[in-house]
Design a protein around this ligand. Structure first.
Ligand SMILES: *Cc1c(COP(=O)(O)O)cnc(C)c1O
Length: 435
């Protein structure tokens, strides 16, 4: 977020006109702010939409302005770096995108990255050192597990996990064991877990941290991968998380045509992550940032429609004789999971697990018969996608772990898009008949 009052001319970028954020005491909603927040057309020839700023570097107004910038970067002047200097650090499209992204979770600030994984990698590199312990919920997105266990493990970083549905007591006992191993650098969550759909009790995690870190030992930040339900159906910053992490490739991008990541949350933590991003260059590019600005204008429309479609499709699938069960957050049977859902979520999302009666043969026959839904991994796009995790995304997972995670051969993962709901039901109906 730019300081609107700083017009000292230290940088080539003029400040945008102050935004209208409320009218008559009414705080404007994210869906309204997505059309203009953070961009002043007067700074870009009156262009209604922000141009794509394809430049690697920015011109200083004077030598003194250049010096002033680097005094900020190096900490010789308080307040940090401001303005635009070099595109590995920042750019106008990314700044506008970050301003808008932060609105959805009422976050202090946001940062955007070249992918969800580069966001996660930059976050981890910022906070962990050799000997540290990462406490995380399990299971995590496969590449995140690889990054923590295999890659950071090579540098002496340790980890301990608790199952996504764990109670406060279970979480506390894992954190206590972690404290015996080394400094707990980060608590990293992912909710709902894929493909088990287990929700993490963020409030319980925050309470456990508050109980176990007082006074001398600084408390580790709590970060959570909010890709599956955020930013519409889950706002974990409200429940005690410090950082909410996104693969913007999914719902935020929403058209299956880009790869990007984001982190929103506390400024003091994001300032540290920004310094790491500046060093290693994991920022998103201007063109992708511009595409995301367009995506965010329809985020609420798309997610709302996809959520409504998923509710209709899941209601149909649940009662079908060829279906064993549907793992959808709208159908929670477990009381504790239902309680977490009630406290943390405002919608069940549009990504779910479908367990067919039978095994791989039945799952493949179903997938091959689909006419509207496309066979592809990923989720959160305008189009409905379906895949078989056991044979695709989780093929390399050891059998024992697959079993523990309920990744069976008859499992189909489905992400519902914004098509007509009855057309989707007709497609799933005929594909089930083809088994
Ligand atoms: C896709 C995904 C990621 C990784 O994001 P990329 O944009 O593919 O790098 C991380 N976490 C979750 C939950 C995801 O679904």
């Amino acid at each position: 977020m730019q300081d609107e009052n700083d017009i000292s001319g230290t940088t080539p970028r003029r400040r945008p006109k102050a935004d209208v954020l409320e009218i008559g005491g009414r705080k404007l909603k994210p869906s309204t702010l997505m059309m203009g927040h953070g961009f002043d057309p007067a700074l870009s020839e009156g262009s209604l939409k922000p141009p794509i700023f394809l430049t690697s570097t920015f011109v200083f107004e004077s030598a003194a302005a250049g010096k002033r910038h680097f005094e900020g970067v190096t900490g010789k002047r308080p307040g940090g770096a401001e303005g635009l200097v070099y595109s590995r650090f920042n750019g106008p499209d990314q700044e506008i995108l970050e301003d808008r992204l932060s609105v959805w979770e009422d976050a202090e600030e946001a940062l955007t990255f070249s992918s969800g994984m580069s966001a996660i990698a930059t976050l981890l590199l910022t906070f962990v050192q050799p000997g540290d312990v990462i406490v995380h919920s399990g299971p995590l997105y496969a590449a995140t597990e690889t990054l923590i266990a295999r890659i950071l493990g090579r540098f002496g970083v340790q980890w301990l996990d608790f199952p996504a549905g764990a109670t406060r007591e279970e979480i506390e006992s894992v954190i206590e064991r972690a404290k015996d191993l080394g400094r707990v650098a980060l608590i990293y969550l992912e909710s709902p877990a894929n493909p088990t759909n287990q929700l993490v009790d963020v409030q319980a995690v925050a309470a456990a941290r508050a109980a176990l870190f007082d006074g001398d030992t600084p408390a580790p930040p709590i970060a959570i991968d909010n890709t599956f339900l955020g930013p519409l159906w889950s706002k974990p910053l409200e429940h005690g998380a410090d950082l909410s992490v996104y693969s913007l490739t999914k719902y935020a991008g929403g058209h299956s045509d880009l790869v990007a990541g984001g982190i929103v949350g506390k400024k003091a933590l994001l300032d540290q992550i920004r310094a790491m991003r500046n060093t290693i260059g994991t920022i998103t590019d201007p063109h992708t940032a511009w595409m995301l600005l367009r995506s965010l204008e329809t985020l609420e429309l798309r997610m709302t429609r996809a959520g409504e479609n998923a509710a209709k499709v899941c209601a149909f699938l649940r009662d079908h004789p060829k279906v064993e069960s549907v793992g959808y957050l709208g159908f929670l049977k477990d009381d504790r999971q239902a309680d977490i859902y009630k406290r943390h979520c405002t919608g069940a999302g549009s990504t779910f697990s479908l367990y067919l009666k039978g095994g791989e043969r039945e799952a493949f026959a179903f997938l091959d018969a689909l006419k509207i839904a496309k066979l592809a991994v990923s989720l959160g796009g305008t189009e409905t996608l379906a895949s078989a995790p056991a044979a695709m995304t989780h093929l390399s997972v050891p059998d024992e772990r697959k079993k523990a995670l309920n990744i069976t051969d008859n499992l189909v993962r489905i992400s519902i898009g914004v098509e007509d709901a009855d057309d989707l039901v007709a497609d799933f109906d005929q594909a089930l008949s083809a088994i």
